[in-house]
Design a binder for this molecule. Structure first.
Ligand SMILES: [Cu+2]
Length: 146
């Protein structure tokens, strides 16, 4: 649910980046969805990412103007207690895919900057270690509908 101006800026950025002479193959992201709880609870971002290049890909974080804070988390179960911890980086080998999915890795979107509803689209920038940042559109879905 970001405005057109933000999208235009990202469009220009993408143009500027693709104008560079040497650029690694862009990572491919599919199925990007944001599971939102009512109120100001955090949202969880899920997606599949494929490293289409022949170099290792390292995801180091994400940001979105729709939330004041975004972290990478992994959910674990310890002594039957569900907990989650933040993750510094996720490596994806050349040609491999990695899934951010319920009960595992997710983007934790915290402190909503604006109201969001199911069906809204949220622009997110993925940050990599040795790659330009990648804009991805997440669709807001109801919890449990993924
Ligand atoms: Cu989390």
């Amino acid at each position: 649910m970001l405005n057109m101006r933000t999208k235009a800026v990202w469009g220009l950025l993408a143009l500027a980046l693709s104008a560079g002479s040497v650029q690694a193959a862009e990572p491919e992201v599919t199925d990007a969805r944001l599971s939102l709880l009512p109120g100001d609870s955090p949202g969880a971002g899920y997606f599949n990412i494929t490293n289409t290049s022949d170099e290792p890909l390292t995801l180091v974080g994400a940001e979105s103007a729709a939330f004041h804070m975004t972290e990478m988390h992994v959910s674990t179960t310890e002594n039957d207690m569900a907990r989650m911890e933040s993750v510094e980086k996720v490596d994806v080998a050349p040609g491999e895919s990695f899934a951010f999915a319920p009960k595992g890795y997710h983007l934790m979107f915290m402190h909503r900057a604006e109201p969001l509803e199911q069906g809204d689209e949220v622009d997110v920038l993925l940050h990599f270690e040795n790659q330009p940042e990648l804009p991805v559109t997440f669709t807001v879905v109801a919890p449990g509908s993924m």
